[in-house]
Write a protein that binds this ligand. Structure first.
Ligand code: ADP
Length: 376
């Protein structure tokens, strides 16, 4: 068990490419941290630097109070679970799990005792004499976790461990890994490109893009108080809608004006704007669930749009449409679901109480954070 600190850590590969750009991460003991971001943003490189499999080019890394920059992987007391489970096919489950202990010179009786403990936690006791080839994908994944667990590491590192499993099994294994973390009370650092996986597993999540950490926060804060446009668009599915426009003051009222519409902003939202503005170019972010179906177009913030595409998923209806001011196609999520024929005009209202505002140039939020407790 240990805390883990990265201070201005960078990775410059031999070809000169800076894959990780001086990132700071302060991870407390027993946290479940997820590194998430699109492919190529530096997640695996960061994880491999923590494991010691990749050298640190700049900055400092601490495990507990120890500077580990020059400490080899074996001495870091860390266990890593890879995407390809890397099990030995000719060995039984028992010998696979016991392998690291055998290498460390632990005697057979002690090895088997530890394997039995681990197997019982992971519900593998019945499978100990089988070979990996006879196991399902989920069972193999549990053996890979068992191999890491048996060493009682201070920190668990997991690199996309579920990406080889089918969708249903991924969901089951997700909660198995979360409950394993609860049982083991150890620090976990988990890498995925899947924002749903990140949001459902992490106590805190570092959202990365091209070598930077854009925001390191709780799932609720990433969703309701994203620091910038990148995080706002990365978290949530379908993506947050982004409208381009200007903030305009008229007497005591503030409007968001676009080519499509002049939208009156509530005082509650205006009070949270922490920059001076008059005519400032901004992006207004609104999540699909904050766009509501209206029978008529009478309400103040109602817009009439053409339903280009409609998805009925049972619990919700997703409707896709264009707005001239939007960066890309917009989405609305109607709950309860409703019948919306494709290519018909519908009226929608924008509920701006949870809208987000970003400076167009810097792409950073211009709102003070709202209280997540007040929202959930
Ligand atoms: P992620 O895990 O987020 O998909 P990686 O950490 O694997 O991203 O890679 C980050 C970037 O570093 C990518 O652009 C990748 O091409 C580059 N990269 C990874 N390994 C090497 C290497 N050995 N040499 C040069 N560039 C590399």
């Amino acid at each position: 068990m240990a805390k883990l600190q990265l201070k201005k850590v960078a990775k410059i590969y031999e070809d000169g490419y800076k894959a990780v750009k001086n990132i700071d991460l302060d991870i407390e003991d027993k946290e479940f941290i997820v590194l998430v971001g699109p492919s190529g943003c530096g997640k695996s490189t960061t994880l491999r630097m923590i494991a010691g499999l990749e050298g640190i080019s700049e900055g400092e890394m601490y495990i507990g109070d120890t500077l580990v920059n020059n400490i080899p992987p074996k001495e870091r007391d860390i266990a890593m679970v890879f995407q390809s489970y890397a099990l030995y096919p000719h060995m039984t489950v028992r010998d696979n799990i016991a392998f690291a202990l055998r290498m460390a010179g632990v005697n057979k009786q002690e090895r088997y005792k530890r394997v039995d403990e681990v197997a019982s936690v992971l519900q593998l006791s019945e499978l100990l004499d089988k070979k990996p080839g006879a196991l399902s994908g989920g069972q193999r994944q549990r053996v890979a976790l068992g191999r890491a667990m048996v060493r009682n590491p201070k920190i668990f590192l997991l690199d996309e461990p579920l990406s080889n499993l089918d969708a249903k099994l991924r969901v089951t294994m997700r909660s198995e890994i979360v409950s394993l973390h609860r049982k083991l009370q150890t620090t976990f650092v988990y890498v995925t490109h899947d924002q749903t996986e990140a949001m459902t597993m992490g106590t805190r999540i570092a959202v990365m893009s091209v070598g930077n950490v854009e925001q390191f926060d709780t799932p609720a804060n990433l969703y309701f108080n994203p620091a910038n446009v990148f995080v706002a668009e990365f978290i949530g599915s379908p993506q947050m809608n982004m409208l381009e426009g200007r903030l305009v003051k008229e007497a005591s009222d503030v409007f968001f004006t676009t080519t499509d519409k002049k939208i009156h902003l509530s005082q509650e939202l205006v009070d949270r704007i922490h920059v001076d503005f008059q005519g400032q170019e901004v992006l207004l972010g609104i999540r699909p669930e904050n766009i509501h179906y209206q029978a008529t177009a009478e309400d103040e913030n109602t817009v009439t749009v053409l339903a280009k595409n409609v998805e009925q998923i049972g619990s919700d209806t997703f409707v896709y449409f264009d707005l001239e001011s939007a960066k890309r196609e917009c989405a609305a999520r109607f709950n309860p679901p409703r019948m919306v024929p494709i290519e018909t005009e519908i009226h929608i209202s924008l509920d701006l109480t949870r809208a987000l505002l970003f400076d167009k140039e810097s792409q950073q939020t211009i709102l003070t954070a709202c209280s997540v407790e007040g929202v959930l």
